[in-house]
Design a protein around this ligand. Structure first.
Ligand code: PEP
Length: 258
């Protein structure tokens, strides 16, 4: 099964209008890597402007969360339909920072992913264990439970991407060993086959996320069952993000590259 790698950047609560200059540098080059899908997820305040700057390029724009409902009395929230209306074509759901900061459990994540599908967005559904859970040998149990609870009915390779993000690796500079990443990604693929069927599982892209940077992207992105990366801190600057995207296409790093 041919899975086109996806390298998606999550700006989190970072970025103002001037930051779109970085996004424009990526948009200008995204077409040079036709074998890689590249996306950036700026904060909600910038999605419409980002989509306008990326128009006509191969760069996809995404949101970082969405409400399960399409509209209604939910002050401060944004629906998947609003994300799409602003120009997003994908949305991250179930990021560990949302799970921890907003108490979002698997059922809420599944409802958000279903909302993304309803609105025609690709849902990037995040799973990952905490450091305590890994230390207690619970990693695969936790991931299995999150997969069982966070994927809505109707999940397909066309409307969803799974991101494995060990919580302890996010923003810490630490990453699992290559063997640990391969173990978890292989486990996820097998679980998806049991849950969704072999064909869907074979087509679903599995991203690794957690302290991916230019210096480790080449190694991580060539591991078995790693179909791209979800990148936080290193997505804020084009000089850092571009070599990661290029590594997914096995191209040379650096903004002066392809
Ligand atoms: C993330 O939050 O999705 C992430 C992977 O962050 P970082 O790359 O900064 O570890």
């Amino acid at each position: 099964m041919n899975r086109k790698p996806l390298v998606a950047g999550n700006w989190k609560m970072n970025g103002v209008a001037a930051s779109l200059a970085e996004l424009e540098l990526i948009a200008a080059r995204a077409g040079n890597l036709p074998a890689v899908e590249i996306a950036l997820c700026p904060p909600a305040t910038l999605v419409a402007a980002a989509a306008a700057r990326a128009a006509g390029s191969a760069l996809r724009i995404g949101g970082q969360d969405c409400h399960a409902k399409a509209s209604g009395a939910h002050t401060g929230d944004l629906s998947a339909e609003m994300r799409a209306d602003a120009g997003a074509s994908l949305v991250i759901v179930g990021h560990s920072e949302r799970r921890a900061d907003h108490g979002e459990g698997d059922a809420a994540v599944a409802a958000k992913a279903a909302a993304a599908h309803r609105a025609g967005l690709t849902a990037i559904i995040c799973v990952g264990e905490t450091e305590a859970e890994r230390d207690q040998g619970q990693t695969l149990d936790i991931i299995g439970r999150q997969l069982a609870g966070s994927l809505p009915a109707g999940t397909t390779a066309a409307n969803s991407v799974i991101a494995y993000e060990p919580v302890w690796a996010i923003g810490t500079g630490r990453t699992p060993t290559e063997a640990e990443i391969v173990e978890v990604h292989g486990f996820i693929r097998a679980r998806l086959a049991a849950q969704l069927g072999a064909d869907v599982a074979a087509g679903l892209r599995l991203l690794y996320g957690g302290s991916v940077k230019p210096s480790n992207a080449g190694t991580i992105l060539k591991l078995a069952d790693v179909d791209g990366a979800l990148v936080g801190g290193a997505s804020l600057k084009a000089d850092d993000f571009w070599p990661i995207a290029a590594a997914a296409g096995s191209a040379g790093p650096g903004l002066s590259g392809p």
